[in-house]
Design a binder for this molecule. Sequence first.
Ligand code: ARG
Ligand code: GLU
Length: 726
Amino acid sequence: MNLSGLNEKKMKNKIIITITFLSLLAKADEGMWMPQLIAALNINDMKKNGFKLTAEQIYSINKASMKDAVAIFGGGCSSEVISFNGLILTNHHCGYASIASLSSVDKDYLKDGYWAMNQKEELFCPGLSVTFIKRIDDVTSDILKDLKPGFSDIQKDSAIQSNIKIRETKAKEGNSYQTFIRPFFYGNEYYLFTVETFKDIRLVGAPPESIGKFGGETDNWVWPRHNADFSMFRIYANKENKPTEHNNENVPYKPAYSFPISTKGVEKGDFTMVYGFPGRTQEYLTSYAVELLMNDQDPVRVNLREKRLAIMSEDMKKNDTIRLMYANRYAGVANYYKKWSGEMQGLKKSNAVEKKQEAEQNFLKLISSDPVKKEKYTNLFAQFKKLYQDYKPLSREYDYYTECLMGVDAFRMIAPAQSLFAELKKKQNGKENKFDIRLKDALPAVPFKNFNKETDKKLCVAMLEVYNKEVDKALRPFYLDSLITAYKGNMQALTDFLYANSSYVDNDKAKKMYADLEKNSAVYEHDPLYLLTISIVNYYQKAVIPQISYFELQINDLEKEYMKALRDNVKDKKFYPDANGTMRVSFGKVADYAPRDGMEYLHYTTIDGLVEKNRSGIRDYYVKPRLLELYEKKDFGPYADKEGKLHIAFTGSNHTTGGNSGSPVLNAKGELIGTNFDRNWEGTMSDIMYNGSFCRNIILDVRFTLWVIDKYAGAGYLLKEMKLVQ
Ligand code: ARG
Ligand code: GLU
């Protein structure tokens, strides 16, 4: 064989390796793309898949574009503008906290829903904000410019953080916007976001919980789905169309862009695009990290949450007051309990660790012709391995802190009292005078709103029991361990003692304590449950969390290098950065899936399925009689399909995650076809490893949204300000 023949063989090998490598990494519809890079990276693929518009119509800083109608909603959801009068659409579960806090026993908007029948009836939501992105700029060189070879992890981090501050401040000069910078690709790139935040947001309408959250925890993360997970708000601005505090003079915001709404419906295979703010994904983890997550972190968290849920649920079933107290908390704990258990099983079923190992081997083969690279990256994987080995016990300690000990409400409630006593000391030394204000903020008002002593005692016994079994003596806060020893491991007796002798968990005693906290602070500082709480919090905050942060810094540094190596060497793959709460576009199609051997799901559901579930009598499937009456009359108006079926939800192959809730889902012409609200249980592993054959996002069909507004709520007047297209 001559030299060129050898080269040819090498080339062929390289091609084969690249292909297997790519098939592991690049799957159809995978990716959460940055909108400003679509013109360069994605538009051709999107067009091939049916998209009819230009990249500039998705994102432009000079002209009105879709990006002007996509907004961050509250703390961590997405939303879309659907009228030139500032009307926005998001999920019911995204508006939940606001709807709940506007509610009272006799005006229960969660239970009954709420519909403003004119703009005067729209209800201001204190604390709620909506944020638009004005522009996105690459500032990588500004941020990384001071890094010198040989810098330690900590030196690098501090140089970066200080450049971020400087650059953010500079970007704010001379305008009324806010700015923030986020790392991408583990800090290989940095982008600056210039944003505008509105604070006068008013509730326009929400269906009752029995429709918005139909299916409750039973259906959460599960397909087929039948809830209308939407609520509507309006943004108010001052006369100059600028953000301002809530004020009766404010007027509806005039957005640069508003989505037209398609009433045509969707077919399997139709192009879909999700535009929103996905929170966090980790697609480029190594096999070592996935192994830790799948075999240790997820199982520990799931197991602890399962125990807590069982206790809460038992008490909630017995007593309606307790049920209301714990409803929101339960939903929060249950949401990620279910997500993690789906994720863990999905990863196992897909042989995720082996797949990652294979990809790592293939990467090494790909660069194996270069001995320097080969040594460098073999070494890199060895460092990953070592780092995760050392990190594993710490990560476990951390999970037992957050998911076990902090799963006891008493500890979470009492923890802030520590800073309260610190303030009080300052005051007593004549330094500060703000004590009364701090008192209100630091400790919960009595009677406790979301706390039942007996339920929490059960949580405490159960959590201490697992803790005692699972956490090594040497790794415990000293005071907790001495108490456990003193009570010979009898957690019931220990808990009885703690709760009986504490002023922090008893309505009457707490009331008395609040009245004379200042005078008798020494007594309350020696409360046994208080002492235990601070010994726990201080131990973990001082001994464990700083170490975790240091590991995370090191892991991030290796990831940064690995990420760079992948992008430099795997030439024909397009890389997208992990989700980090910033604006992204994912594109895919309306798609069904087969969850298991012998099973196939349709890509859509209809109101027939809702009624069918309702007839089962299961509590989560309760609906108000009005919905059933409309169903019996088949009063579906123009919202039904050609066969007269009223669709509720559909599934897509878009790559989405938490934070994408409320995102607009658009068709090939950029018209709104639905609102994203969940993923399928089998596909929750997509945060770690997306798989196009079964990872699905769940979307509320906008026709059902319109039907609920028009027919169920009788608020059809709102449709007049929307642009409906056939
Ligand atoms: N699983 C969805 C998400 O991650 C919806 C959660 C709210 N709904 C619920 N039933 N808990 O946010
Ligand atoms: N329900 C999620 C959210 O609130 C979206 C579901 C997901 O994680 O994909 O963002």
